[in-house]
Design a protein around this ligand. Structure first.
Ligand code: E4P
Length: 214
């Protein structure tokens, strides 16, 4: 399973990069806005830190505008993946852009049928938003399970990129449900390391070592 960081803050990415387990990065217009910088600057800098897929989202809502933006974003770095919303224009743009060899991430997916559309349009990634579904009392995990089954039924190569992950247990559930990728905020990635018995065990090992060598 691949782990992506879901952020536009480069300091967070620099802090996590030495762990060696960050395979890529996702951004969206809200995350870029939080950074206070331009999308171009943020994406270009991220590409110098992580050698993996870096998602950059278009702002246009019409197909032609999306295609033009996608071409421009793709010139920033070979690792740029163009993020497109799951609308009629977004799916149409996905089909055209995929045909040009540009990698795509279809975002704002909330149903299996939407995921099917993205796969048919040749999307590299589909981003189902788990947390936002859970927030309204639906099951994000069930959505991933259904998309996994549909993609496996037809052998679609589109990767399932579980997004809108809110806590560590979402990551476990996504791994069990067969998501190819989990993108998560730095806080969630850090929480994956934590277990009280690890801390307790380590401090007693260190205390015993200290005693034996004093
Ligand atoms: C990433 O690709 C998504 O845009 C992001 O995970 C959405 O997360 P949110 O629901 O916490 O805004």
């Amino acid at each position: 399973m691949e782990f992506f960081l879901d952020t536009g803050i480069v300091e967070e990415i620099r802090g996590a990069a030495p762990w060696g387990i960050v395979d890529g990065v996702t951004t969206n217009p809200s995350l870029i806005a939080k950074s206070g910088r331009s999308q171009k600057d943020v994406i270009t800098e991220i590409c110098t830190i992580i050698d993996g897929p870096i998602s950059a989202e278009v702002i246009s809502t019409d197909q032609e505008g999306m295609i033009n933006e996608a071409k421009e974003l793709a010139t920033l770095h070979d690792n740029v993946v163009v993020k497109l919303p799951l609308t009629e224009a977004g799916i149409g743009a996905c089909k055209v852009i995929s045909g040009m060899g540009i990698r795509t991430n279809v975002t704002l997916c909330f149903s299996p049928n939407q995921a099917l559309l993205a796969a048919k349009a040749g999307a590299t990634y589909i981003s189902p938003f788990i947390g936002r579904l859970d927030d309204i009392g639906h099951s994000g995990v069930h959505l991933i399970e259904e998309i996994r089954a549909i993609y496996d039924n037809f052998g679609y190569p589109t990767k399932i990129l579980a997004a809108s992950i809110r806590h560590a247990d979402h990551v476990r559930l996504m791994a069990l449900a067969g998501a190819d990728v989990a993108t998560m905020p730095i806080k969630v990635m850090k929480s994956l390391f934590q277990h009280p018995l690890t801390d307790k065990g380590l401090s007693s090992f260190l205390a015993d070592h200290e005693k034996a060598n004093s």
